[in-house]
Structures are given as structure tokens and as C-alpha cells.
Design a protein around this ligand. Sequence first.
Ligand code: SF4
Length: 216
Amino acid sequence: MASAATSPAVPDRNCPLCPRLADFRAQIRAREPGWYNSPVESFGDPKAQLLIVGLAPGLQGANRTGRPFTGDYAGDLLYATLLEYGFAKGVYQARPDDGLRLIDCRISNAVRCVPPQNKPLPVEIHTCRQFLIATIASMPKLRAIVALGRIAHESTLKALGLRNAAALFAHGAVHTAGHLNLYDSYHCSRYNTNTRVLTPEMFRSVFANVRADLEA
Ligand code: SF4
């Protein structure tokens, strides 16, 4: 794994390392003081075998509610799929206090702060990778990572100390990285599902594959 062993897995809530994102955070805090508006922490047990890596908090999703994929469309499909495959228990109600629990599963993001237009810059992805590295390092039983989209895939590869050329992104692909399997999926965004780039069936097949491999 790439070296960032001294970085904590959780950034400070006023993390200043990406000036553009810190400025954007300050703007949204002024406009929406009731929202979370801070780096979004990972959700789920560090002893889980499965880690899901998304891109970044959605403005009105995780950035508003403070829990990854909670409160926007991407969460509807993700949590429904996790419930179906036994990686979550409870009822997803798009609120961090809905009581939903992840089972043997954890969710994080390649970039912890909401970026304008959902588009982090390469330098921001690079800077925030230290927290992804620390998150992965904090999971002693980790066996499977699902990367949602190309950016999450590439940042996860780098976090694992691997070169992109060795494992190109493709929906449904499974790459071996030491004792881990890295599963690729198109991101479960509203845009991808509305355009049928990603269907619920395509998304489900990724998690069916993970479930089968974890039980093999
Ligand atoms: S994206 Fe990550 S590194 Fe950048 S300011 Fe937010 S928490 Fe810090």
C-alpha cells in the first residue's frame, strides 16, 4: 500500500488542505447553516470485509446529511442494493438517524469534501488520498473493495500502491491486489441510471459477485 501511515483516517472538520474545497465549504456553510458542510467520515465498521469507495459527497446528499450516500438518488440505489445482498440491515430512510446498519461493509469516498459541480480536481483527489489510504489501513479484515466510477477506481489503485495500467477501469471488472479483490462499477448516480449507462441489474450483479466471493 502507498505510504501515508501517519495520516489519521478522519480529516479535521475544517481541513484546509484543498483551498478551493475549503472556500466552497465556507460558502455553503454561510448559505445553509443547518447542513453538515464538513468532510464526510466513513460509515460502517472498520472490521468489515467490504469497503465501498465513492467519488465525493453530493451537495444535497452526504454534504447535507453527514452520512455517505444519504439523502440523494445515488443512496437510494446503493442502500437498496446493500440491503438486498445482506450488507445492510434496517430501512433506509435517507436520514443519518434512520437506524440503518451496515453489515460487514463500510462506505467511504475518494474525496471527503463536496466539490463544485461534483467534480474534484486531480490535485484534490491526490491530496485527499491520504485519508483513503489511512481508511484502508484501518481495516484489518478487508478483502473486497467496490470502486464506484473511474476516479474512485484510480484513486483506490494508487492508495494500494498499484499502477493504473495494470488494472484498467471497466464496469464489472475484478482486479486482484494482493489479498484484496477490487471490483469496478459505474457510479450509481442519477445521471448514469437515467442514461442507462448503469441499470439496477448491472449494479446488483457487482454486489452479487462480491457476496459470492466473500462466501466462497
Ligand atoms: S477533500 Fe480531503 S484533503 Fe481536501 S480539504 Fe477535504 S478532507 Fe481535506
